[in-house]
Design a protein around this ligand. Sequence first.
Ligand SMILES: NC(=O)c1ccc[n+]([C@@H]2O[C@H](COP(=O)([O-])OP(=O)(O)OC[C@H]3O[C@@H](n4cnc5c(N)ncnc54)[C@H](O)[C@@H]3O)[C@@H](O)[C@H]2O)c1
Length: 247
Amino acid sequence: MRLQGKVAVITGSAQGIGKSIAETFASEGANIVISDINAEAALKTAEEIKIKYNVETMSVVCNVAKLEECETLIKAALDKFSKIDILTNNAGITKDNLVLAMTEAQWDAVIAVNLKGVFNCIKAASRSMLKARQGRIINIASVAGQMGNAGQINYSATKGGVIAMTKTCAREFASRNILVNAIAPGFIRTAMTDKLTQEQKKTISSTIPLARLGEASDIAKAALFFASDDSSYITGHVLAVNGGMYM
Ligand SMILES: NC(=O)c1ccc[n+]([C@@H]2O[C@H](COP(=O)([O-])OP(=O)(O)OC[C@H]3O[C@@H](n4cnc5c(N)ncnc54)[C@H](O)[C@@H]3O)[C@@H](O)[C@H]2O)c1
């Protein structure tokens, strides 16, 4: 058990990549805080994981775009578990459009969740980690933040920003043994990519050396590496999990 007795908070973990990370951490003995804007799904996921992996779980409704809600999430986690060992900033949304067609509302919404949301959660969770002189922060970025993606000016800007924040926090927190790393997924099969047509998926697959979309579990395994003792001399790293799409 690589995370026995650890406490992990995972944002946007009611479904998709976040849920897979929560399951993987729980399967290694971690107690899990599921947080999401979708209250019903978050509760269901937390119950499911508790029963399946025999760990403690809780679900907290939290819109990461609101600092106050992130502070409430962290307080609830600390009230129940007295510590947070691992924060995974996973909540993210897309509102795609070409530059000229993108509305201010589409820009603002994606910045608020994907960029400010990561800042909000790190700000809220870091105090207890700094006091404990240990912690792991794992940010879910994207290949779009590394190579850009037509139609995603808002999304790619946030994910590039997440990579920059990862490196800044890695430097700022290193002396307190808080390791901060990012994962940059390529195209992963979840509700987010279900929006793509078969034709689009085929075109995307043709640009990926491994010639297929990835699975949520591929990202979860990388997150487990960053959460575990196996990565104790790694900080400020961006791990590409993209089938070779961007090297
Ligand atoms: N699927 C991919 O191909 C892919 C690729 C690269 C990066 N990512 C990133 O991985 C992360 C997870 O994506 P996914 O594919 O699992 O998406 P998903 O849509 O399946 O799940 C996202 C979850 O986040 C929650 N959420 C949305 N807005 C929120 C908010 N304001 N506060 C809290 N929770 C919120 C949703 O309710 C949902 O449960 C995102 O950051 C995404 O940008 C995904």
